[in-house]
Design a binder for this molecule. Structure first.
Ligand code: GLN
Length: 563
């Protein structure tokens, strides 16, 4: 195997930005002409994050192949611009699940199954599986913090791999916190020393230390850390706090981090071309306008729950040369009386995906407000379903219209549970057990969507067929299609067999679009997603009216403003 491995561990505390550090180093190595893979190993026992509460765990990121993964994979895709899949994310749960299934099948021939070697072998195989395509380098991020009981089997596995693969093929990067004590004006290295020592006590000597700090570390401090932590004097780098996460790759480059990695691993690295990253940071710091977009959802208290959505709106702002300010509103706080107070003055309203009936009426009220006041609206997955319910109740006058998710006995199930559908990837009929609430019963991953000409959807994408990622159980009920269409709702995107409605829109409105999929998972800082781009464009038109044509001439091509 020619692939070299970089293991990234974290110390002192969590949330230091290990995922972003991994993604940024990977992006720099890719810019140096290397073929790169990324993988995240999560210490929790859940088999995947699919069933984990977004309030605790943040967003569930969905890949093309339908894996429900950790949100760090979103950073990986956005920074590397290459698709991730099932093999890019493993948890302790998935590893133990594989080992226990094997034990039940009798594969261990009655032997005693142990953490070492059986679990660690399973982990090593998972790690090696990410580098099957002749990658030059694979970066493996170990979730959690060194010292946690949960991550021990992962650390033991990566310790063994240095022996298995050879010293020259494995590199350990340790990300720690170096606190700056403002009142004393002092930088403290002790937590880092302890964390590196903890790592050494399980047999891993860090090669590079990456110090998260509020300020740049002076050489004197770096030398002290190097001495105490037993690394090269030039192997200590600052991961300084920055305004935007997209500044991290350039900051690491200026620190010389990727160069040190290339030298230590003897990688055939060219000088990197970072022009695209430089342009990006320049645009982030030089917007010519500003818009406020309201996000009306349920998980607003933990912003990590809407990570990809947040980023997709930033990307769309970049392409419209407009700073997107996000106003997160808990839909449970929205009532007829408080509507104006929450939504007056916003230039766009977005209702994101979600599960369960809590806060639904607030979302429906916000959608009505957007529709009646000609405020650009974007509904994503549950947001589209709510837009359909709102239209059914208030325009079609189908009293009590609802989704079967919230009111199973509704007289007008405009959103309903499909029990059977055709899976274009596997070319098989998928069946769903209506009684089951398990993640496995969802429509997951990328599905094709055929666009209708003359619609905003087609205008945005400027093509006839797209593939977008799904994560839901309920669908638009085609029994009502005729009624919706004859009263002005356009069904603008369908599955190729025309059985599933994927996009809806209103023509007599500046911009009102809902989609059954999650476009946020496919947006990148270098290339905003077309639907987000057009949504924000409509919001900018509301914020900065000019003499351009407001009707968004529907037959025109979109004419992206990307540089
Ligand atoms: N709860 C809805 C469904 O299952 C929408 C899911 C979502 O927004 N991802 O269909």
């Amino acid at each position: 195997m020619k692939t070299k491995f970089i293991f990234i561990t974290g110390g002192v505390l969590s949330s230091l930005g290990k995922g972003l550090a991994a993604a940024s180093i990977a992006a720099l190595l890719k810019a140096r002409g290397l073929k790169v893979a990324l993988q995240k190993l999560d210490p929790y026992i859940n088999v995947d994050p699919g069933t984990m509460n977004p309030f605790q765990h943040g967003e569930v990121y969905v890949t093309e192949d339908g894996a429900e993964t950790d949100l760090d994979l979103g950073h990986y895709e956005r920074y590397l611009d290459q698709p991730m899949s099932q093999i890019n994310n493993f948890s302790s749960g998935s590893i133990y699940h594989a080992v226990i299934s094997r034990e039940r099948r009798g594969d261990y021939l009655g032997g005693t199954v142990q953490v070492i070697p059986h679990v660690t072998d399973e982990i090593k195989n998972a790690i090696l599986s990410v580098a099957t395509d002749d990658e030059d380098v694979a970066l493996i991020e170990i979730g959690g913090t060194v010292g946690d009981i949960e991550s021990l089997p992962f650390l033991e596995a990566i310790r063994q791999l240095r022996g298995d693969l050879g010293k020259e093929n494995v590199l350990y990067i340790h990300l720690t916190l170096v606190p700056y004590i403002k009142v004393a004006g002092e930088i403290k290295t002790k937590p880092t020393q302890h964390s590196v020592k903890e790592l050494r006590s399980i047999g891993i000597q860090a090669d590079i230390i990456l110090c998260r700090c509020e300020v740049d570390l002076e050489q004197e401090i770096k030398s002290k850390i190097a001495l105490f932590c037993n690394v090269d004097p030039d192997a200590v780098f600052t991961a300084r706090d920055v305004k935007s996460i997209y500044e991290v790759p350039l900051m690491f480059y200026e620190e010389g981090l990727d160069q040190k990695v290339a030298i230590l691993l003897k990688l055939p690295a060219k000088n990197p071309n970072l022009q695209a990253w430089k342009n990006l940071v320049h645009r982030l710091n030089n917007y010519s306008s500003q818009v406020v977009i309201a996000i009306v959802g349920k998980y607003v208290d933990l912003k990590e729950s809407y990570k990809s959505l947040h980023e997709a709106l930033i990307h769309a702002g970049l392409e419209n040369d407009s700073r997107v300010m996000l106003k997160y509103i808990n839909s449970e706080d929205i009532t007829q009386q408080s509507l104006d107070c929450h939504l007056q003055g916003v230039q766009g309203i977005l209702v994101p995906g979600g599960f369960g009936g809590r806060g639904i009426e607030g979302k429906i009220l916000s959608i009505k407000y957007a529709r009646e006041n000609s405020i650009p609206f974007f509904g994503i997955c549950l947001g589209m379903q709510c837009a359909v319910i709102e239209y059914a109740r208030n325009v079609l006058h189908l009293e009590g219209a609802d989704s079967q998710e919230f009111t199973p006995e509704t007289p007008f199930p405009v959103i309903y549970l499909m029990t059977e559908w055709f899976d274009f990837r596997t070319q098989t009929i998928q069946k769903r057990d209506p009684g089951s609430e398990k993640g496995g019963t969802m429509r997951l991953g990328a599905y094709p969507c055929v666009l209708k000409s003359g619609t905003r959807a087609m205008q945005a994408y400027n093509t006839v067929e797209v593939a977008e990622r799904h994560r839901h159980r309920y669908e638009f009920n085609m029994q009502f299609a005729q009624e919706f269409q004859s009263s002005g709702m356009v069904l603008s995107g369908f599955s190729p067999d025309e059985k599933l409605v994927e996009i809806i829109e209103l023509q007599e409105h500046p911009w009102f679009v809902g989609c059954q999929f999650h476009p946020e998972f496919k947006s990148s800082p270098m290339r905003a997603h077309p639907l987000f781009r057009e949504f924000v464009r409509a919001a900018v038109r509301l914020a900065v009216p000019d003499d351009r044509d407001f009707s968004l001439a529907l037959q025109e091509s979109s004419g992206s403003t990307t540089s």
